[in-house]
Ligand binder design. Structure first.
Ligand SMILES: [Zn+2]
Length: 401
């Protein structure tokens, strides 16, 4: 099983699927490599005996018919990779057997001191890039695990399972993965996302998220003749950024603490613009942050004699409530983990997942680990043994014991 999973993973990471945030939302998928991977997966699904739907939503759906009764269950992963660092032209490097020491690549160094989880896999198999790109385990590992599960279930008829649906989405890293989704084709009411991190971690909730844009209008005049006349928009923006609580920024928060984060600021005395993101696990907490930001902007504008227009949009919501009100998804997962002696840790993820969008439609979607570490960076690594545990878990979930 291991060698097939590894081969599959290495095949997928070599396909260039970095998404393009400047095009996502307009062109779907935003890059042609994502379409290439969708087409490859489509033909692999067909070879495994799945029926396939790939319509205008550009979400690939596969369905493997069940051989036992029970409601359909679904699994989901995304085909694109992040653009935080170069993500195309990935050359995977397999470190096997892994010695247990630091991994020195051409550029980044993956030190045991900073990555204590590496020691769990001494003697095992670690996969990295060559150091010039990310690896793309986020989320090619999720895809490989799902495809391998289908391969196991379709070749071993002795494993009982209900109808299995799988979904592969584009442009997750740009926040556009579920702009469109074939809800009408979906029969499952639970959908496990395979897009998590370290072995054993299960995301059972995520942030409530909003993005804010503040446009400030001021009045520019010659600085030498500005006294009592100039109203500085850029200065207002800087004041707003500075007035946010310093203990509530991303670099000062962890666990279940929320934050305000300034993402960009630009402008002149005449006009300025500030964009921010707000995050909070608590819905009311997020509403409070919106009010605080609004009043800071209002006060700053008053102080500088400018005008500030603050618009705030919700981006995604915490799916924890839906996981709690539909306990079947988590119960099935916990039982499955128990049946393979896997210790799991349920946590709230400090980000969003595709499951947050499904939750709006009442679909419970816990997020399962892939084993990936240092995601979106040149020092990304994954252990084959962690991917295998994730594969065992999804097969046990499919089997339903
Ligand atoms: Zn991901």
């Amino acid at each position: 099983m291991a060698s097939t999973l590894l081969g599959r993973f290495l095949r997928y990471v070599r396909i260039d699927t970095m998404s393009d945030s400047s095009k996502a939302g307009t062109i779907r998928p935003s890059t042609s490599g994502q379409e290439d991977l969708m087409q490859l997966l489509r033909s692999e699904l067909e070879k495994l005996g799945c029926s396939v739907y790939y319509g205008p939503e550009k979400v690939l759906q596969g369905r493997l018919e069940g051989n036992s009764c029970g409601d359909s269950i679904a699994f989901m992963a995304h085909v694109d990779t992040a653009d935080d660092v170069p993500g195309n032209g990935v050359v995977p490097v397999v470190h096997s057997p892994y010695s247990g020491g630091d991994i020195i690549l051409d550029g980044p160094e993956i030190r045991v001191e900073d990555n204590p989880d590496l020691l769990r896999y001494k003697g095992g198999t670690i996969i990295t890039s060559d150091g010039s790109t990310l690896l793309g385990s986020d989320d090619k590992a999720g895809i490989a695990i799902i495809m391998e599960m289908l391969s196991v279930l379709s070749s071993d008829k002795s494993i009982p399972h209900p109808d299995i649906e799988v979904y592969f989405t584009p442009d997750e890293e740009t926040g556009h993965s579920l702009d469109e989704f074939p809800y009408g084709k979906m029969k499952a009411s639970v959908c496990y996302t395979i897009d998590g991190t370290a072995e054993g971690l299960i995301d059972v909730g995520c942030f409530n998220a909003a993005s804010a844009s503040i446009r400030i209008s001021g009045k520019a005049v010659h600085p030498g003749e500005a006294k009592g006349v100039m109203r500085n928009a850029l200065q207002t923006a800087a004041f707003i950024a500075q007035a946010l609580p310093r203990t509530e920024c991303p670099e000062a928060t962890s666990g279940e603490e929320g934050f305000y984060a300034v993402m960009s600021m630009s402008g002149t005395a005449e006009n300025a613009e500030l964009s921010l993101i707000l995050r909070d696990f608590d819905k009311e907490g997020l509403e409070h942050r919106k009010k605080v930001l609004g009043s800071i902007a209002e006060n700053a504008a008053m102080l500088y004699g400018t005008e500030a227009e603050c618009s705030i949009e919700d981006t995604y919501g915490n799916f924890h409530d839906v996981v709690v009100s539909h306990p079947y998804a988590l119960t099935r997962l916990r039982n499955a983990a128990c049946s393979i002696d896997l210790g799991i840790k349920e946590q709230m993820v400090r980000g969003g997942t595709d499951g947050a969008h499904l939750a709006v439609h009442g679909i419970a979607s816990p997020d399962i680990f892939t084993g990936g570490h240092n995601l979106h960076s040149l020092s990304e690594w994954i252990a084959l043994e962690a991917m295998e545990r994730s594969l065992e878990l999804v097969i046990a979930i499919a089997r339903g014991n």
